[in-house]
Design a protein around this ligand. Structure first.
Ligand code: ATP
Length: 364
């Protein structure tokens, strides 16, 4: 009988609770015992884990955030602290771990899995665990779920939380549009997304914004103000009372200078607009999960349990994704590598390369 631990790590996202609920209930259905680890990897280190029953997750499907807590745990990058986590897991009889988080959290899970045999050997040599425990816990089986509002992970079409966040942004932009229309104002709205402009682009399309700045498509440093001004003046001339410009948090120009909402406002003010800046901030993470995220998290949570049950010591660590509406198991390490490659391409000004990497995901 497998004993699976589940944790949420990194930035919270709506749908993480639905994922934990699915792991707990599907795990029980598949005759496993499921433990919830509180506060991300910190909970492995502090032995903050609790066996979950079917009823413990009642009502969790739609709640925003993560009820088992999340944390950034620097100690977990250190092997000695991972050893403490390993010891606590073995003490609780746990032999599998499902992590829901971003690329950092999934990397951490793979590190733990790779280290595991040597950590177990150390614990045995130190007399902290018995030979039987060492033998029984020779391997750690892991499975990754992507919880991220940015939709920034490679090899999956959408991440748990992205559609909820998009929905929140659209609702907020609609509210702003009402006041912008009333006063004939321009609004510059900053949305989340450091290396990935998915939220900004999808929000711009969904709210019929007038202009958008994305990390992957940096405009020329010498002319972006003129280019933007031309477009918004054309829209104003065509009768638009409100002007909406969406700026991704990680928007840059082609010299890698950040495009800040204040600079956009300055440019719009100069051509006669009465401009306000709104940074949406953490409302983008809050609130209940939309149906798309509840479904994604539920299906993927169940699939993460199946991936654990199918795993052998040689199976590469799987990440559960969704592509063309089908659940897929992809290599966690490859997905993290590709995700980092996009950010790296942007940083070395290879914007075409970054876009090609993103596009290739859809062409494969
Ligand atoms: P977000 O997309 O919200 O930033 P994330 O999962 O990428 O989410 P990180 O802060 O990068 O967030 O990682 C979360 C936690 O995962 C870290 O605080 C740490 O505990 C663990 N972690 C990240 N990278 C590693 C690593 N290389 N080795 C061990 N643990 C790691």
């Amino acid at each position: 009988r497998k004993r699976i631990a589940v944790l949420t790590s990194g930035g919270d996202s709506p749908g993480m609770n639905a994922a934990v609920r699915a792991v707990v209930r599907y795990g029980i259905y598949r005759d496993c015992e499921v433990y919830a680890v509180h506060e991300g990897y910190a909970g492995l280190i502090s032995d903050n884990m609790k066996k979950m029953s079917w009823d413990d997750v009642r009502g969790w499907l739609s709640f925003g955030g993560t009820l088992i807590g999340t944390a950034r745990c620097l100690e977990f990058r250190d092997r000695e602290w991972r050893k403490v986590g390993c010891y606590n897991m073995i003490k609780n009889g746990i032999d599998a771990l499902i992590v829901c988080g971003g690329d950092g959290s999934l990397t951490g899970a793979d590190f733990l899995r790779n280290d595991w045999p040597s950590l177990v050997a150390d614990l045995k040599a130190e007399g902290k665990i018995t030979a039987e425990q060492a033998e029984h816990h020779g391997h750690l089986y892991i499975s990754g779920l992507v919880g991220s509002i940015d939709n920034d992970m490679a090899m999956t079409d959408s991440t748990i939380g992205a559609f909820s966040s998009l929905d929140r942004i659209c609702t907020n932009v609609n509210w702003i549009q009402a006041t912008a229309d009333s006063h004939s104002r321009a609004f510059v709205i900053e949305v989340m997304g450091r290396h990935c402009g998915w939220l900004a682009l999808m929000a711009a399309i969904s709210t019929r914004a007038d202009y958008v700045f994305l990390p992957e498509l940096p405009p020329k440093s010498s002319s972006w103000t003129e280019d933007m001004n031309k477009v918004v003046l054309r829209h104003r001339k065509a009768g638009s009372r409100r002007i909406i410009v969406i700026v991704a948090e990680g928007a840059i120009d082609d010299d890698l200078n950040p495009i800040k909402p204040e600079a956009v406002k300055e440019s719009l003010d100069k051509i006669g607009f009465d401009t306000r800046v709104t940074t949406l901030g953490h409302v983008q993470r809050g609130g209940t999960a939309v149906a798309a995220d509840r479904l994604l998290a539920t299906m993927q949570g169940a699939e993460a349990v199946e991936a654990i049950l199918d795993a052998t010591p040689d199976t590469p660590s799987p990440m559960i994704g969704i592509r063309e509406n089908k659940l897929v198991r992809v290599s966690l390490l490859e997905a993290v590598k590709e995700t980092k490659a996009v950010a790296a391409a942007i940083e070395r000004k290879d914007f075409e390369g970054a876009r090609a990497l993103r596009d290739s995901e859809f062409k494969e």
